[in-house]
Design a protein around this ligand. Structure first.
Ligand SMILES: Cc1cc2nc3c(=O)[nH]c(=O)nc-3n(C[C@H](O)[C@H](O)[C@H](O)COP(=O)(O)OP(=O)(O)OC[C@H]3O[C@@H](n4cnc5c(N)ncnc54)[C@H](O)[C@@H]3O)c2cc1C
Length: 549
C-alpha cells in the first residue's frame, strides 16, 4: 500500500472542526505510539478515524523510552521466546517501513572479569543466549552475532577498563527517535484521512440508551467538543485505567507503572562508537550505553512507581544507580556535573497477581472489550506497536461486524517512500542529520533554509537542530508550545537541558512568530519551559551544566 506522497496539512483547527461535525467509525484516545499505531491501522483499513491526545503527541511514555527497536535479549532469560520473536519480526518491519527513523545499531556486550577471573559459565551463557536471539529472528537483520577479542571490544569503547575486559560479543538491533516515530505515525494516519489533534483530552464518554459507548466529550482550547464514533479505543498508556473508569463504575487498577530513567553525558566521556551493554552489579540487570550524536545516553532503571502519573521525576538515587553502573566499567569516572540531560518515563505494564519485580514482569500486550464496547489496549512495547494496533483494530472490526485486512505490514510511513539512506559516515553533516529525522521530507526544511539562510543556524548552540526545524515543527507537525519544539520535535532538552533553557528566548521568538504569540505569551512560554527544566534538575539534585564546559 502506498502512502500519499503529498504531506498532509496536519492542521489542528481543521481536525477540531471535523471532530465536532463528522461521524467516525473509531475514535482513538491517546497519541502515544500505541494510539498513533491504531489510528494508522484503522485509517488504512478504510475506517473513518479520529485520534485525540490531551497533551502533545508522545508526551507520555513514548518520548521517554530507551529508543530501541528490539526483541530484547533480556526477555529470553525470562523464557519469553514468543515476545522476543514478535519483537524481532516487528523490528524488521520497522526497518523496512521507516528506514529514515529506524536504523540498525550494533551492540557490544563486554565479557568482564571479576577480581581478574573470567566467569566461563557466564561467557558461555551469553554466547548461548545470542545464538538463541539470532535464531529467534535476530538473523533477519542480515548479520549474526560474533565473538570479539578484548582489544576489539575496547576499540568500540576506549574508555572501558581494559584490565576488566576479557573479550566480548557483537550483535545487532535497531534504534529510533521514539517521539518522532510517534509523530510520523500520527501524520501518516492524517495522510490517510484521519482527524488528528493534540491538546484535546477526553473528559467523558458518550453512551447510547443501551449503555454502548458511542463517542466522547473532548476538551480543547477551553471548549467542549462532542465526538461521535461507533467505537472508542482507549490507548492511554499508564492513564488507561482513568479512561476505563469513565466507562466502568469502579476504577479497575489494571496497570502497574514501572519507572525508568536515562541520563545523557558528553560522548567524549565515554567514546563508544556503538551501543554497549553494561551489567549492574548485584541487580541481575544491565543498562545500555547508547551513542547519540555528540552525546551518549545511559539507561534504564526499572522500579515500581506509585507517585503521580504526570511528570515522573529522576531522583538522586536513580542518577547514582546509572552512574555507578557506568563507572564500574570505565577508567575516568563520569560525575553528576557531566549529566547534561535526564528523562523519566513510566512503563504501562499489565498488573498480575504475583508481586514480581517490575523488571521481571512481561512486556506482552492485551486487548479487551468492556460490556459497553470500550476497546482498551494495554502493555506492550514501542517495538511491537504495529502488532498491538493490528490486534486492536481486529477487535474494532469485530464490534463493527466487518472483516478488513490489516494493511500496515508493508506500509511505508511518511518520509520513507523514495528515501535513500545517506552513506555511512562519522562526519556530522546537515544532510545526514535531516535525512535521519525527516526522510524525504528533509527537502521541506532545506527549502526553508534556501528561502531564509538565517534558519540554517542552530536552534540551540552546540546541538545539530536548525532554526528551520522549529518553523517546520509549527507549520507541519502541530507543535503548539515551546516545550513541544525543544523536547519532542527536536530532542534538545533530553540532550542538553540547560543549554536548551538558555536558548529558550530565541527559540520562543521563532516559534511565537509562527503561532502569533504576543510578548506576554512568549514570556510565559519561556518562563514555563525554564521552570520545568529547573524542576527536573532540582529533583535529581544535579548542578547546572553547559555543553562544552
Ligand atoms: C524507561 C523506559 C524505556 C523503554 N524502552 C523501550 C525500548 O527501548 N523499546 C521498546 O520497544 N519499548 C520501550 N519502552 C516501552 C515503551 O516506551 C512503551 O510501551 C510505549 O511508549 C507506551 O506507549 P503508549 O502509547 O501505550 O503510552 P503513552 O506514550 O504514555 O501514550 C498514552 C497517551 O495517552 C494520553 N492520554 C491519557 N489520557 C487521555 C485522555 N483522557 N484523553 C486524551 N489523551 C489521553 C497521554 O497524554 C499520552 O500521551 C520503554 C519504556 C520506558 C518507561
Amino acid at each position: 500500500m502506498d502512502t500519499p506522497s503529498r504531506p498532509p496539512a496536519f492542521d489542528r483547527a481543521e481536525a477540531l472542526g471535523r471532530l465536532a461535525s463528522e461521524q467516525f467509525d473509531v475514535l482513538v484516545v491517546g497519541g502515544g505510539i500505541t494510539g498513533a499505531g491504531v489510528a494508522v491501522d484503522a485509517a488504512t483499513r478504510g475506517l473513518r478515524t479520529a485520534l485525540v491526545e490531551r497533551d502533545d503527541f508522545a508526551s507520555g511514555t513514548s518520548s521517554k523510552s530507551s529508543k530501541l527497536v528490539h526483541g530484547g535479549l533480556r526477555y529470553l532469560q525470562q523464557r519469553e521466546v514468543g515476545l522476543v520473536y514478535e519483537g524481532l519480526a516487528e523490528r524488521q518491519v520497522a526497518l523496512r517501513n521507516a528506514p529514515h527513523l529506524v536504523r540498525v545499531l550494533p551492540f557490544l556486550i563486554p565479557v568482564l572479569t571479576r577480581d581478574g577471573v573470567i566467569s566461563r559459565r557466564l561467557a558461555r551463557a551469553l554466547g548461548g543466549a545470542l545464538w538463541m536471539y539470532d535464531l529467534t529472528g535476530g538473523l533477519r537483520i542480515g548479520k549474526r552475532h560474533k565473538r570479539v577479542s578484548s582489544d576489539q571490544a575496547v576499540t568500540h569503547m576506549p574508555t572501558l577498563r581494559a584490565d576488566r575486559v576479557a573479550g566480548g560479543y557483537l550483535y545487532y538491533d535497531a534504534h529510533t527517535d521514539d517521539a518522532r516515530l510517534t509523530l510520523a505515525l500520527c501524520r501518516t494516519a492524517a495522510a490517510f484521512g484521519a482527524a488528528v489533534a493534540n491538546y484535546a483530552g477526553v473528559t467523558s464518554l458518550r453512551k447510547d440508551d443501551e449503555g454502548r459507548v458511542r463517542g466522547a466529550r473532548v476538551q480543547a482550547d477551553g471548549d467542549e467538543v462532542e465526538v461521535r464514533a461507533d467505537v472508542v479505543v482507549n490507548a492511554a498508556g499508564v492513564w488507561t485505567d482513568e479512561v476505563r473508569a469513565l466507562d466502568e463504575p469502579s476504577h479497575p487498577h489494571s496497570i502497574r507503572p514501572a519507572k525508568g530513567i536515562h541520563i545523557t553525558v558528553p560522548w567524549s566521556k565515554v567514546r563508544n562508537d556503538i551501543a554497549v551493554v553494561v551489567p549492574v552489579a548485584k541487580d541481575r540487570r544491565s543498562v545500555f550505553v547508547v551513542p547519540w550524536g555528540d552525546l551518549t545516553y545511559v539507561g534504564t532503571t526499572d522500579t515500581d512507581y506509585d507517585g503521580p502519573l504526570d511528570d515522573p521525576e529522576c531522583t538522586p538515587d536513580d542518577i547514582a544507580y546509572l552512574l555507578r553502573a557506568l563507572n564500574a566499567v570505565i577508567n575516568e569516572p563520569v560525575g553528576e556535573d557531566d549529566v547534561l540531560g535526564t528523562w523519566a518515563g513510566l512503563r504501562p505494564l499489565l498488573r498480575t497477581a504475583a508481586n514480581d519485580r517490575t523488571a521481571d514482569l512481561s512486556r506482552r500486550h492485551a486487548v479487551r472489550r468492556s460490556e459497553g464496547g470500550l476497546v482498551t489496549v494495554t502493555g506492550g512495547k514501542l517495538t511491537t506497536y504495529r502488532r498491538m494496533a493490528a490486534d486492536t483494530v481486529d477487535e474494532v472490526d469485530a464490534l463493527l461486524r466487518k472483516r478488513r485486512r490489516c494493511r500496515t505490514k508493508r506500509l511505508r510511513l511518511l518520509g520513507a517512500d523514495g528515501y535513500e539512506a545517506p552513506p555511512d559516515t562519522n562526519e556530522p553533516s546537515r544532510h545526514v542529520h535531516l535525512a535521519h529525522r525527516y526522510g524525504t521530507e528533509a527537502a521541506l526544511i532545506e527549502a526553508l533554509v534556501d528561502d531564509d539562510p538565517a534558519l540554517g543556524e542552530p536552534l540551540v548552540p552546540g546541538l545539530p537542530y536548525l532554526k528551520a526545524e522549529a518553523v517546520h515543527a509549527v507549520r507541519r507537525e502541530m507543535a503548539r508550545t515551546l516545550d513541544d519544539v525543544l523536547t519532542r520535535r527536536t530532542r534538545a532538552r533530553l540532550l542538553a537541558r540547560d543549554d536548551s533553557a538558555a536558548a529558550a528566548d530565541d527559540a520562543a521568538a521563532l516559534v511565537g512568530r509562527e503561532l502569533g504569540w504576543d510578548d506576554a505569551e512568549r514570556a510565559r512560554q519561556v518562563k514555563e519551559y525554564r521552570a520545568a527544566v529547573a524542576a527536573e534538575r532540582d529533583a535529581a539534585d544535579l548542578p547546572e551544566t553547559a555543553l562544552g564546559t
